[in-house]
Unconditional design. Structure first.
Length: 203
């Protein structure tokens, strides 16, 4: 399987926008295996609007849950059992961009974390990180967790306002490739994202 997993050091990092930009730049297929919370829309719909991809390249979720909560809790509320088998990677013709839910240690069931799925899937991970205060600790902990499970890391991408020192030191300390920084985009649409994404060094 040819592709990448896009994950974050925390929730609300901006990984959906990054995943949309990446999938659009690569002409890839996009898949969010677990969507928890769909009011007013899910990440799949946002990526469809922002990526410029044809509808056939936006794949349906394996689990689409109504409650905006940790997937294990949202699944329990919705009466759905999430298993690794249910979240097997879809087969596509070309590149697949997979967006995780929240951060690495987010539980999708009582016995399964997002990072466990990443290890099973075997795709290289792009770690999205904030640029501001606290990001060094969160980023290095995430990198260490990925390495502990022998999950390949394609690089780290920063999202937010420029912070030259954080963007410089984290790739050095983490021994990972820095992919650049995606700034906050306003207004955000397919055109402005495509332009801003030219600042990212594709893995």
């Amino acid at each position: 399987m040819n592709g990448f997993i896009v994950t974050g050091t925390d929730t609300d990092i901006g990984k959906t926008v990054f995943a949309a930009g990446l999938a659009g730049a690569l002409g890839a297929h996009y898949w969010k295996p677990v969507q928890a919370g769909v009011d007013p829309e899910g990440d799949k719909e946002r990526v469809a609007a922002l990526s410029g991809l044809p509808p056939s390249h936006i794949l349906p979720e394996a689990c689409r849950l109504t409650t905006p909560a940790s997937p294990h809790l949202a699944a329990r509320i919705d009466g759905i059992a999430i298993t690794a088998e249910r979240l097997a990677l879809p087969k596509v013709d070309g590149t697949l961009v997979v967006e995780g839910a929240g951060g690495l240690m987010v539980p999708v069931s009582e016995s399964l974390l997002m990072i466990d799925l990443f290890a099973l899937w075997g795709l290289p991970v792009i770690l999205c990180a904030r640029t501001g205060l606290g990001t060094i600790n969160h980023s290095l902990l995430s990198i260490e967790a990925l390495r502990t499970r022998a999950i390949p890391i394609a690089g780290i991408a920063f999202i937010g306002d420029a912070h030259a020192e954080n963007e410089r030191i984290i790739p050095i300390l983490g021994k990972v490739r820095g992919l650049g920084r995606l700034p906050y985009i306003d207004p955000l649409d397919a055109g402005t994202l495509k332009t801003a994404f030219t600042s990212i060094n594709l893995p």
